[in-house]
Design a protein around this ligand. Structure first.
Ligand SMILES: NC(=O)c1ccc[n+]([C@@H]2O[C@H](COP(=O)([O-])OP(=O)(O)OC[C@H]3O[C@@H](n4cnc5c(N)ncnc54)[C@H](OP(=O)(O)O)[C@@H]3O)[C@@H](O)[C@H]2O)c1
Length: 324
């Protein structure tokens, strides 16, 4: 089968399309014929050896897929060949097929498009875990989302609205801010051109957001935490800007606020039932029309390196997917 191979640590330009053996499912595993694979920022990091998980070289990047089960290993009871599933694979997704533990598969409703399903598990799972599980965001609260037009960010915007929060979207271009508004954000601003603290103060009548969803880090984290409401919750989700900020601990003290770490991959492993509840709620919200994941661009398998380069260059919005 065809797959994108990472044979040396480096940027997307070091990846190549190759012919590799079709993987066989072991006990408890299934092989999925991939219809679409979600592209995520961690894929950009993992090929450069900058991610917390470091696979052995060579490996096939691509952390999540949607497709049809075509082979089932010994001991798998709940999933049969022919089932439409989405799955977290960690690596192996930028290929025509991949093998995953059956426990990582979510059965899909028959009418859900595969390209939409391919981006659900990781980005939407992360935003759900952060907002629902870690911050317990409530109806009527104000949510500030940094990097709101990205994969995880736009999921946070839509989940915030599904919960009934007032959502302020912060993104790096006027076009991205407009996109966030079209996707349901109540307010939006360009944090590259407008002062974050001033703007958030103005948009919240001086109160500040109850919850900050921070998947960007860098120079935006501190002003976001400084502008948070009394008893606010600042969700530490990621550092797409590159720098991991060092925050003075007097800041959460002064607001009676909480800094909350979000590590979705570990959550999904340690708390599989709660993770499955999250995915069920996301699928319910889709069925009810309360959320609509945005797939903004589709790349052919050979162009997966281009997809990763676009993500790294802040040129992607919503979910982008690779279609083998
Ligand atoms: N904690 C977890 O469990 C978990 C799970 C999944 C992902 N993550 C993290 O969440 C972050 C977002 O992931 P994603 O897949 O949603 O990525 P994405 O779609 O590329 O979104 C990242 C956003 O960050 C902003 N950004 C600011 N500076 C950037 C820079 N120098 N380079 C790239 N982007 C920059 C961009 O928006 P603007 O251009 O508008 O600023 C972009 O839309 C990543 O850091 C990822 O590692 C964490």
């Amino acid at each position: 089968m065809k797959a994108i191979l990472c044979e040396q640590w480096g940027g997307p330009e070091t990846l190549r399309l190759a012919e590799v053996p079709l993987p066989q499912p072991g006990p408890g595993q299934v092989r999925i014929r991939i219809a679409a694979a979600g592209v995520n920022f961690p894929d950009v990091l993992i090929i450069q050896k900058k991610y917390q998980v470091q696979p052995q070289l060579p490996f096939v990047p691509g952390a999540e897929v949607a497709g049809t089960v075509e082979a089932v290993g010994d001991g798998v009871r709940d999933i049969q060949a022919g089932a439409a599933v989405a799955a977290l694979c960690g690596t192996g997704g930028f290929a025509e097929a991949c093998v995953v533990d059956a426990a990582q598969c979510v059965l899909l409703p028959p009418d859900l498009p595969m390209d939409l399903a391919a981006g659900l598990v990781l980005a939407w799972g992360t935003a759900w875990h952060a907002l629902r599980d870690r911050a317990a965001l409530c109806e009527g609260e104000t949510l500030l989302v940094l990097g709101a037009a990205g994969g995880v960010g736009l999921a946070a915007v839509q989940i915030g609205k599904a919960i009934g929060a007032r959502v302020i979207a912060a993104a790096g271009t006027p076009e991205k801010v407009d996109l966030c508004r079209r996707q349901g954000a109540d307010e939006g601003f360009d944090y590259e051109r407008e002062d974050l603290r001033e703007t958030v103060r103005r948009l919240t009548d001086g109160t500040g957001p109850a919850v900050v969803f921070d998947a960007v880090g860098g120079r935006f984290s501190e002003p976001a935490l400084r502008s948070i409401a009394w008893r606010g919750r600042h969700l530490v989700v990621g550092f797409a800007a590159g720098a991991v900020p060092a925050i003075a601990l007097n800041l959460p003290l002064l607001k009676g606020a909480s800094l909350i770490g979000v590590f979705w991959g570990e959550f999904a492993k340690r708390e599989p039932r709660r993770h499955a509840e999250g995915l069920r709620e996301i699928l319910d919200w889709i069925a009810q029309g309360r959320i609509r994941p945005l797939v903004s661009r589709r790349y052919a398998l050979a162009d997966a390196p281009r997809a990763l380069a676009d993500l790294a260059a802040r040129a992607a919005t919503g979910k982008v997917i690779v279609v083998p």
